[in-house]
Design a protein around this ligand. Structure first.
Ligand code: GLN
Length: 498
């Protein structure tokens, strides 16, 4: 085999796919390299499950396909999956003690599609339990190398959180323990950790990626997406993941899959970037604001135009989301009753006691809090006052976006109000919920959103810029970011030591 330029972990998905097809490296070699890195940096707590034999078997199959001249587009490229996607070859826990040791009899649709595209699974990634949280501190399962649950650590500063809930995905990509990863985004869980860890992450339009085999948090919001170093890498993975799956997911959109890489290279001349005034209020830290302003200036240099817009109901996104998502969660999580899946209490007196003890032992504190909020807002007498009102305001938030998109093509703003906080610093749940203010509106409206690194804030920590587009405009988002990344090098910066 002729030599490949650079160590494998310094390369992204696109470069690795090329090297594999040119037979400069084998999938088995890549798998071994990344598995060794995952173990060497296991103190980050990014991986919940590794299984060398399972990974190497997949890699060998891809090497055989390449040798036979039957390489799929991403043949042999290793990636890792957030542990909310069920996998046959690896355990799936959603980072919950409730599902410790669970193994699915089937692969989630997105896992299966990525495998069909040639991807090899490196392992399963840590996250907040059932994807509830924004810091990846709420994990209930011990990561590889530990015997107790650990918060995921941010490779830029291991005393800080990587964000969440897809914090394991973001940390693994940032530390080059995987070239790319899947994530899920219900209210920001791809975009916010991508921002905190200095990588690129995209959540497509609601319904674009199948939810079949994705452990449910809030079904009307949950959406899978891709996390990688660049827009190009995200486009490659996203193209393979998305597409209709109407037989398995009633909210899957029946619209042919797209190749998002086709959009890359489109110039952004004249692109109208809407800047909502509500995203730049008092809550935004000055260091984040400065990096966002500089990024918008760079986009203008590349030919885009800034347009002042308003999303007047932005302040309602937090209360609406934190009524609707717990309501859906309380219903979705009722299936974990100790009978059919996962944890069952060892001692109980009768059936009700078994349910109660199994759920009290299996679910962590944040999950229990949300089940209680959700049960409350759905209960008789409160349903009309909370749940129904929240549904109506959700519609109004979506209308604000449609109004804005008459004036602009994409919307830009921060992804989080600050850079990554210290582990242990976020103790008040309501304060944590408020920090989701910039990511929740697009989720409630079902819109595609992306975060990409645009510089550093305090302590040299990464800052992400969020871009939101109208439904099914993922290609437009990725094209804009690709253009930005051709002209800048923020996405190539690597934390020291990785
Ligand atoms: N931080 C938000 C929450 O805690 C978003 C989580 C997500 O997108 N899965 O619900």
């Amino acid at each position: 085999m002729s030599a490949m330029t650079g160590e494998p972990h310094t390369l992204g998905v696109a470069a690795l796919a090329r090297a594999l097809r040119a037979k400069q490296v084998s999938s088995v070699e890549l798998a071994r390299h990344f598995l060794a890195r995952a173990r060497a940096h296991q103190q980050l707590g990014a991986y919940l499950a590794l299984d060398d034999e399972a990974t190497l078997a997949q890699a060998r199959a891809q090497d055989a396909a390449i040798a036979a001249g039957q390489a799929a587009p991403l043949a042999g490229v290793p990636i890792a999956h957030k542990d909310v996607f069920v996998t046959r070859d690896f355990p799936t826990t959603a980072a919950s003690k409730m599902l410790a040791g669970y193994r699915s009899p089937f692969d989630a649709t997105i896992v299966e599609r990525l495998a069909q595209a040639g991807c090899v699974t490196l392992g399963k990634l840590n996250c907040d339990e059932f994807a509830m949280g924004g810091s990846s501190e709420n994990s209930g399962v011990a990561p590889v190398g530990f015997d107790a649950p650990q918060p995921v650590r941010n490779p830029w500063d291991t005393a800080r959180v990587p964000g969440g809930s897809s914090g394991g995905s973001a940390a693994a990509v940032a530390a080059r323990l995987a070239p790319a990863a899947t994530g899920s985004d219900t209210g920001g869980s791809i975009r916010q950790p991508a921002g905190f860890c200095g990588i690129t992450g995209i959540k497509p339009t609601y319904g674009r990626a199948s939810r079949y085999g994705m452990i449910a948090y809030a079904s009307s919001l949950d959406q899978a997406g891709s996390m990688g170093r660049s827009a190009e890498d995200c486009a490659l993975i996203l193209s393979a993941m998305c597409g209709p799956d109407v037989a398995h997911d009633a909210t899957s959109v029946d619209r042919p899959a797209e190749d998002y890489t086709q959009a890359l290279g489109q110039p952004i001349d004249g692109l109208r970037i809407g800047v909502p005034e509500e995203f730049f209020g008092d809550g935004l830290a000055p260091d984040v604001r400065a990096a966002i302003d500089a990024a918008l200036a760079e986009y203008e240099k590349l030919g885009a135009r800034r347009v002042a817009i308003s999303l007047p109901r932005t302040h309602l996104a937090v209360p609406v989301y934190y009524i609707l998502s717990p309501a859906e969660a309380s219903s979705n999580l009722s299936r974990f009753d100790g009978v059919r899946y996962g944890h069952r209490a060892a001692r109980y007196t009768d059936l009700l006691d078994m349910y109660q003890k199994s759920r009290a032992e299996g679910f962590g504190e944040e999950v229990q809090r949300r089940i209680m909020i959700g049960t409350y807002v759905l209960s008789e007498g409160y349903y009309d006052a909370y749940y129904l009102q929240a549904q109506k305001v959700r519609r109004l938030i979506a209308q604000d976006f449609q109004q804005a998109f008459t004036q602009c093509d994409v919307i830009a703003g921060p992804v989080a109000p600050t850079v990554a906080p210290a582990i242990g610093a976020q103790t008040d749940p309501v304060t944590n919920y408020l920090a989701d203010v910039y990511t929740l509106p697009a989720s409630l409206a079902g819109l595609p959103g992306l975060s990409h690194p645009v510089g550093s804030g305090a302590q040299d920590l990464p800052v992400g810029l969020q871009l939101i587009a109208n439904h099914f405009q993922e290609g437009r988002l990725l094209a804009a970011v690709h253009c930005f990344q051709q002209a800048t090098d923020f996405h190539l910066r690597t934390p020291a030591g990785y």
